[in-house]
Write a protein that binds this ligand. Structure first.
Ligand SMILES: NC(=O)c1ccc[n+]([C@@H]2O[C@H](COP(=O)([O-])OP(=O)(O)OC[C@H]3O[C@@H](n4cnc5c(N)ncnc54)[C@H](OP(=O)(O)O)[C@@H]3O)[C@@H](O)[C@H]2O)c1
Length: 538
C-alpha cells in the first residue's frame, strides 16, 4: 500500500515511517525544513527524496497526485490542521483510510464535507491519550502493546532520537517543542539512570503546579452565590468539574445576568438549586446542607454573603453590627456546626473575609468586626482538624460590592488596595485551595487565614521602577521565541511561526494582563508594532 505520513521527522512520524517501510509500503512524507529532509534521507535509505514534501504549505498534494497518477494514497496519517488537512483529504485514493491524530480540527468541530465518503473512504479519529486512560484490560491497549513487543523483537520498532531536558526545564522543553525545530521526541529526565536495577526504585519528587478540581459527584454550596463574586465562583467551580450547585441569597434571582448564568449552566446539564433559606439559624443551615446532600454529598461550602452598612464609628448602631455580622458570623457558625456531622466528605470550608479586618478600613468597623468573627471560626475549625480557610481579599475588581455598592471602578482604591481583577482572584483562590488541602508541599505549617491584595502604592512603585519591566510585547516575544523584537518589524505572529499552542498562551496572556479578549484570527494578525502600542496605552 501507499501511505502519506505528515511531520515525518517528529516522534510519531519517524516511528510510522520505520514501520511502513518495513511492511514494504510506498512512503510519502512531509517535513518543515531542508535539514529535516536531509536527516530523514540519512536515516531511512529506502525513502525517495522526490516523495518528501513540505509540511508548512499544501504543495504536498501535487507531489502525491503526481507520483500516483492522480489516484492518491491508501492511508494518510495526519496531524496537520486547516487547509493542510483538507489537502490531505484530497490525497486519499478510492477505498483509502484517513487516520487523524491531530486535535485542532477535531476540537474546533471543523467541517469535513460528506463528498469525501463518495470514494468509499473511512475517516478515523485517533486519540492516543484516551488509550492510556481506560482500564488495563482494554483490548485495544493490549493489541497496541502486543504490536509494540512484536515490533521490538523483529527490529521494526526502534528507539527514536531524543532531545533531553532536565525536570526543572519544563517550560524550555515545551517552548522548544512548540518551535517545531526538534527531531524525534522531546523528553524530560525525571530521574538518573540507576547503576543497579532494583525492583522498587527510589522515590523522586518533582515540583509541580497543582490545580484544584471539584468532584462531579459532590455538591457545592455558595452562600451569597447570586452576588458578583458568587456567580464568578460558581462558574469557576463548574469549569473545574462541579456539576451540582446550591446558591443561596435572601432575595433570589432578581436580574438578567443571574438568569443568563443559570440558563447557561443548565444547558450544560449542571444541576443548580437556588435557595432563599438563610444560614443564620441552626434550622436554616441544616436545611441548606440537607438540600445540597440530596444532590450529592457536600464537597464544599463557600460563605460569600456580604452586607455593607458603612459609617463613622460613633454613628454605627448595634443593629448595623448585627446586620453585617448575621451571615458572616452567625451563618458561618451554624454552617460549621451543622456540617461537622452532615458533611463527612467536605473538602473545602471557605469564608470570604476582607482587608477591612486584616488592615482595617475607615468607616467599616462593623464590617471588619464581622469578617474577624468569620476568620476566628475558620481558625477554630482548622485547629480541630476540619477543612477551613478564610481569605482576606483586598478590593475586588470587575464585579461585586466595590463596583455595585460603592459605585467604584477598577481604579478605585479601598484601604490602600486596588481592585484585583476577578480572573486573578480565581487564580489566587486556586493556589489557596491547593495549600489548604495539602496539595502543595510547604515547609511551614499552614495558617487558616490567608490574604490576597493588590497594594495601591506598590503598584505605582513597580511601574516606575526600571527593575520591573514586564510588557505584553516581552511576554509574547518569550512565547513565540523571538529574542530581538525590533527585527520582527511588521510581520504578523502567524508569519513569525506562531502555532495553535502558542496562540492559546498569547490569548490567555492578553486576557489576564490587558483584559483584552481577541479571536484566534485576530491574534494571528497581531504584530509587535501593535503590541508596543498596547504597552504604551496600558
Ligand atoms: N467586592 C469586594 O471588593 C470584596 C472585598 C473583600 C471581601 N469581599 C467579600 O466577598 C464576598 C462577596 O462579595 P461581592 O463583592 O460578590 O458582593 P455582592 O455582589 O454584594 O454579593 C454578596 C451577596 O451576599 C448576599 N447575602 C447577603 N446576606 C445574605 C444572607 N444572609 N444569606 C445569603 N446571602 C446573603 C447578597 O444577596 P441578597 O441580598 O439577595 O441576600 C449578595 O448578593 C463578601 O463576603 C464580601 O464581604 C468582597
Amino acid at each position: 500500500e501507499s501511505v502519506l505520513i505528515h511531520a515525518g521527522s517528529g516522534g510519531v512520524g519517524m516511528a510510522a515511517i520505520a514501520i511502513s517501510l518495513n511492511m514494504g509500503c510506498k512512503v510519502f512524507t512531509t517535513v518543515g525544513t531542508q535539514s529535516k529532509k536531509s536527516f530523514l534521507l540519512r536515516t531511512f535509505d529506502k525513502l525517495d527524496s522526490s516523495m518528501i514534501g513540505n509540511s508548512r504549505d499544501t504543495s504536498f498534494e501535487w507531489m502525491v497526485l503526481d507520483h500516483t497518477a492522480g489516484k492518491g494514497v491508501d492511508v494518510v496519517l495526519n496531524s496537520l490542521a486547516g487547509e493542510q488537512l483538507q489537502s490531505s483529504v484530497r490525497c486519499l485514493a478510492d477505498g483509502g483510510r484517513f487516520l487523524e491524530i491531530g486535535k485542532v480540527d477535531l476540537s474546533n468541530n471543523s467541517a469535513l464535507g460528506m463528498a469525501f465518503f463518495l470514494k468509499n473512504t473511512t475517516f478515523h479519529g485517533i486519540l492516543l491519550d484516551a488509550l492510556f486512560q481506560v482500564s488495563l484490560d482494554n483490548p485495544e491497549k493490549a493489541e497496541v502493546s502486543r504490536l509494540m513487543q512484536e515490533g521490538i523483537r523483529s527490529g521494526e520498532v526502534r528507539p527514536l532520537p531524543v532531545t533531553v531536558f532536565q525536570n526543572t526545564q519544563l517550560e524550555e522543553a515545551f517552548r522548544y517543542m512548540a518551535t517545531g525545530k526538534h527531531i524525534g521526541k522531546v523528553v524530560l529526565k525525571i530521574r538518573q539512570e540507576e547503576p543497579e536495577k532494583i525492583v522498587e526504585p527510589r522515590q523522586e519528587f518533582v515540583s509541580a503546579i497543582s490545580k484544584t478540581y471539584m468532584d462531579p459527584g459532590k455538591s457545592y454550596i455558595i452562600v451569597g452565590g447570586l452576588g458578583g463574586f458568587g456567580l464568578e465562583l460558581a462558574d469557576w467551580l463548574v469549569t473545574r468539574g462541579a456539576t451540582k450547585l446550591v446558591l443561596t441569597s435572601r432575595s433570589g434571582v432578581t436580574n438578567g445576568f443571574q438568569e443568563l448564568s443559570l440558563r447557561r449552566w443548565r444547558a450544560r446539564s449542571i444541576e443548580v438549586l437556588i435557595s432563599t433559606t438563610e444560614c443564620t439559624s441552626q434550622s436554616g443551615a441544616k436545611k441548606i446542607i440537607a438540600s445540597a446532600n440530596q444532590l450529592g454529598p457536600v464537597g464544599g461550602i463557600y460563605n460569600l454573603a456580604g452586607v455593607l452598612r458603612d459609617g463613622l464609628f460613633n454613628e454605627l448602631s448595634k443593629e448595623s453590627f448585627e446586620e453585617v455580622s448575621a451571615a458572616k458570623v452567625r451563618g458561618s457558625y451554624w454552617l460549621d456546626m451543622c456540617s461537622r456531622a452532615a458533611c463527612p466528605q467536605l473538602d473545602h470550608f471557605v469564608g470570604f473575609s476582607s482587608v477591612s479586618c486584616g488592615r482595617g478600613n475607615a468607616g467599616q468597623t462593623n464590617y471588619g468586626y464581622a469578617n474577624s468573627g468569620l476568620e476566628r471560626i475558620c481558625e477554630n475549625r482548622h485547629d480541630e482538624g476540619f477543612p477551613a480557610l478564610a481569605i482576606q481579599w483586598g478590593a475586588i475588581g470587575d464585579v461585586g460590592m466595590v463596583m455595585k455598592d460603592l459605585k467604584g471602578g477598577n481604579e478605585t482604591k479601598v484601604a490602600g488596595t486596588l481592585p484585583q481583577k476577578i480572573l486573578s482572584c480565581l487564580n489566587s483562590l486556586d493556589v489557596f485551595l491547593g495549600i489548604s488541602t495539602g496539595q502543595r508541599n510547604l515547609s511551614k505549617p499552614v495558617s487558616a487565614v490567608v490574604s490576597s491584595v493588590v497594594l495601591a502604592n506598590k503598584g505605582v512603585a513597580a511601574s516606575t521602577s526600571s527593575a520591573v519591566n514586564v510588557t505584553i510585547s516581552s511576554i509574547v516575544a518569550n512565547i513565540v521565541g523571538i529574542k530581538d523584537i525590533k527585527r520582527a518589524g511588521d510581520a504578523t505572529l502567524a508569519e513569525l511561526g506562531m502555532d495553535s499552542l502558542m496562540g492559546t498562551e498569547i490569548k490567555l496572556a492578553l486576557e489576564i494582563n490587558l483584559d483584552l479578549v481577541l479571536s484566534p484570527n485576530e491574534i494571528r494578525g497581531l504584530t509587535f508594532t501593535k503590541l508596543a502600542e498596547m504597552d504604551n496605552r496600558e
